[in-house]
Every structure is written in C-alpha cells, then in structure tokens.
Write a protein that binds this ligand. Structure first.
Ligand code: PLP
Length: 497
C-alpha cells in the first residue's frame, strides 16, 4: 500500500514524500506537511554525537521516508561543498552561541536546503519513473536565486531561470547571479521591485500551467522557494547539530533544554526548529526575530496577522517580507490539523489582508514561540557592539537575531543556553557592516569588502572574493509583462505553435 503520509494544510489531498517534494505545493494551494511523521517516535538521542552527514541521513530518512538510500543522497548534496566538514559550525560569542549557517557554496544559509533540494528532486523523479525535464522558475530578493542556481547548475534533467528586481539586490548579490555558470541556468533582471517581480513570476507560472503550453513537450514547472518540504526538511538537521555540539562542549547534559533565536522572514527556518522539537529535541523556546517589518512579532503577541502596513526596505532585505508563507504550517498544527480553518484564514489574508486566530491556538503557539524585533538603528548598533565587545563580526540579519537574543535573555533570565542562528556572511552586506564599524564608504563593493577584511582580519569567503574576476554571463533585463515570453524563449518553445 502506498504511504500517503503528507497532507495539505487546506484540504483532503494527501501524497507520499516523493510526490510532496516533486509537487512543492498541494493542488488546492495548501502546503504539504505530515503531522503523523512529526509525532511518530524518533530516537533523537541516537543522532547526538554523530557526524553531521550521518545525522542528516537519519533525520531526513525519518521526515522523507519514501526515498531510497538517503545516505548516498546526503553525501552527494553536501560532501566537500561547505567550508567545514560539519556544515554548520557553532561558535561561542559572549554569553550566547552562534550557529553559522552560511558556510556553503554561496555564503547564504539557503545553501543548506538548496544543496539538498536538487538531489531530492532528481531522486524522486528516478524513483517514480518520471522523465520530464524539471523547469524551475524562481523570483529572488537576493539570496535564494544564487543558492538555487548553484544547487541546480548542470544537474541533468533540470533547468532553472531566476528573476530578480533590477536594482533591488545588493551589488555583491547581483554579481553572484550575473556570473553564474552552467548550461541549464538563466538569469534575468526585471524592472520593478521584489513584490512586482514575485507576482509577475507567479502569474507567468499560472499562465503556463493553465494554457497547457508545456503539455506534450516533456517539461514540468516547479519552484525552488521555501514552501517545498524538500527545502524545509534539510533545515531540521542543524538544530540537532547545535544541540549535539553543546553536549560535546559539556555545556549541557543530554535531556537539558536549550533556546534558539531565529532571524525570520518566510518562517521556514524557525519552523524547522519546531519540527525538531516535535521530533523530541529538548527545545524550550524558539524566538522569532524580525526587523522593522514586524508583522510576525505583532502576530505572535496578539494572534492577529495584519499585512496592511507600510513595507520597509532595511539592511536585512531577506527579512523584508509581509506575507510569511510557512506560518501556514504552524497554524495547521496549532489548530489541531483543521484544514477548513486554515483555508479560511488564508482566504481572509488574501482578500482582506488580515486574519485572527483564537486565544487557545495562540496559547499553543506561545508555549514555544516568543517574538522580538529590532529597528534599523539597533541593527547597525548591534553589529558594532558585538564586534567591539565579543570580537565577532555579524551580518545585519544575524545582528537582528543577536539583539532579539539579548532582549529575550534579559526577560527570561536563568542559565539555559541560547543559540542564535546566523544566516549570512557579513561580506554579502558590506555597506551596513562598514557603517557599523566606522569604515568609510567606497563606490566599489570589492574595495569595501577589502576594507572590512583589513580592519577585522575576518577571512573573506572564496566564492565572494573570486567574483571580481568572473565573467559576466547574464545581462538580460525585461519588463514585468515579458517574463512569460522570456521563459518560453529560454525553453525554445514557440508561443504560437
Ligand atoms: C531567507 C533568509 C532569512 C529568513 O529565513 P526564513 O526561512 O525565510 O524565515 C534570514 N536571513 C537570511 C540571510 C536569509 O537569506
């Protein structure tokens, strides 16, 4: 019998983990989740102390039980691709611990998931006997696009096209994308901001599917964004890894609780921590850290999600987000897996821009989730303060987490270790980091990086320092309404035919 353990947050649809990874999103628009797997026994103590890849194999086999030979898949995804063999090193920084998630091929925390996703998609196609070419369309505000291209570059049976807002990403991020190699990748700037770009890509996606333009052409559309369970599952691993390191350091004993602070945008990273907790890891609190776009802080404090508010551009752009997609999975769990209720909330969010959950559901969420936010000034101050006090250089996203951690610790007291997830290299955001350190601003980003390195002695990741000498391969710019044409041309499909 087939093992349909994954189900939609919005209806009766269910499927196995191979289908869930291939599908990304359920046909009814819901997200795929398996409460049954999350609550089934997992011998979490058995993974503590193991090398990271062995840990990953056991955790991913539990979460995605239909995949054959997860050990091979994990090695294929990660072996030799990160700066350190343990993938995500833990560092003590003052009275906190920092879990560095940015040691991957593009210096973004998205690398942890996007190194694994192409391998999972390829394996799922093979196991289910699909031979279609997978065409990935992705809109990016900076980090996802590069990490996704690096993951999918030259993976046979796949093609990927990334769209980014023209002028809306940092110069380093743009350079990372313009120089991406690989015979199956396409990159294109779109005139407009990220919201314009994202909605235009979604529209192109929907039009291609509804017009059945790809039918009979051996191609299937897919997406690399964080609603895919194949992106979420690999992120669960580093929560266990951090715990294991604290046991190894003698800071805690097996069974003691710890807290995590997570700089959040789409809510995928922090939700993976909740999955770890449901699987038995002794996590006390998960602290959601937001920048000035504090829609999640307000929701976790009041139970009302209200996106009708100004959108701020901050120095932590990957968290500039007002619609936090992965929250839907938490709402599903907190409502006792009530798909009807979740669909109702999502419909209200889309039509009115607001929804409210019940006090009882908020209470369940608040048993684990706390929330703090951080202003732009505080972000810059924190980068400077942490550097001067603790000798640690953090990027603006991590700084939001560090500030939230300090505020949380002042409130919580006690001696429970606090781990802050660090989501990007400081060298991806040289301007705000320079401002925090009192380094003069230059017009050339690579000179800026060098000035930071000269002052701090923190090594520049090779993938960033080598960018300067790389050839620009992608210069395309399109208007929003030309995305569909761009995709069809890239795929060599005649629209009129
Ligand atoms: C994506 C991203 C985040 C937010 O993670 P979510 O899973 O979307 O909450 C935080 N920091 C950086 C640098 C990111 O790229």
């Amino acid at each position: 019998m087939e093992n349909k353990k994954y189900r939609s947050t919005r209806g009766d649809f269910s499927c196995n983990s191979l289908e869930a990874v291939l599908m990304g999103i359920a046909p009814d628009g819901g997200l795929l989740i398996s409460p049954e797997i999350l609550q089934s026994p997992f011998d979490w103590k058995a993974v503590i102390g193991l090398p990271t890849l062995d840990m990953a194999k056991l955790i991913l086999s539990h979460l995605l039980p239909d995949f054959n030979d997860m050990d091979t898949l994990v090695h294929r995804a990660y072996k030799g691709k990160f700066e350190t063999e343990d993938l995500t090193p833990l560092k003590q920084v003052g009275d906190k611990y920092v879990l560095e998630l940015f040691r991957g091929p593009t210096s973004a925390f998205k690398d942890v998931a996007l190194s694994m996703l192409p391998v999972l998609i390829t394996a799922a196609k093979k196991q289910t006997g699909r031979t279609d070419e997978t065409v990935i369309l992705t809109a990016t505000s900076g980090d996802t696009g590069k990490a996704a291209m690096a993951g999918f570059a030259d993976v046979s049976g796949t093609r990927i096209i990334v769209f980014y807002p023209n002028g809306g990403v940092s110069p380093i991020q743009r350079s990372q994308m313009e120089t991406q190699e690989g015979s199956n990748v396409g990159v294109c700037a779109v005139n407009g901001n990220f919201d314009d770009c994202q909605s235009a890509v979604k529209q192109a996606f929907a039009r291609i599917n509804s017009s059945k333009i790809l039918d009979g052409k051996g191609k299937t559309l897919s997406s690399a964004n964080s609603i895919n369970i194949g992106r979420l599952a690999p992120q669960v691993v580093y929560y266990f890894k951090a715990y294991s390191d604290l046991v190894g350091l003698g800071r805690i004993r097996l069974g003691d609780v710890i807290d995590f602070v997570v700089p959040s945008g789409n809510f995928g990273d922090i939700l993976a921590g909740y999955f770890a907790k449901l699987m038995g890891l002794p996590v006390r609190n998960l602290v959601c850290a937001s920048n000035e776009n504090r829609v999640l802080t307000d929701f976790l404090e009041t139970g009302t999600y209200d996106r009708r508010r100004p959108f701020y551009r901050t120095s932590s752009p990957s968290m500039d987000i007002l619609i936090s997609s992965n929250l839907e999975r938490l709402l599903f769990l907190a409502s006792g897996c009530n798909a009807k209720k979740v669909s109702g909330w999502m419909a209200e969010l889309s039509s009115e821009g607001i929804f409210k959950i019940d006090a009882s559901e908020l209470a369940i969420i608040n048993e684990t989730f706390k929330a703090f936010c951080c202003t732009e000034n505080q972000t810059i101050e924190t980068i400077g303060e942490v550097y001067r006090r603790d000798g640690y250089l953090c990027d603006p996203h991590t700084a939001v987490g560090m500030k939230a951690a300090s505020d949380y610790m002042a409130q919580a007291g006690g001696n429970v270790p606090v781990v802050v997830l660090s989501t990007a290299s400081p060298y991806k955001f040289p301007a705000p980091v320079s401002e925090a350190l009192g380094i003069e601003l230059r017009s050339d980003e690579f000179e800026q990086i060098k000035a930071i390195a000269d002052k701090t002695g923190v090594p520049v990741p090779k993938n960033l320092s080598s960018l300067r000498d790389k050839k620009v391969l992608h210069r395309d710019v399109v208007e929003r309404d030309k995305i569909l044409d761009y995709v069809l041309e890239f795929l060599g499909i005649d629209k009129e035919a």
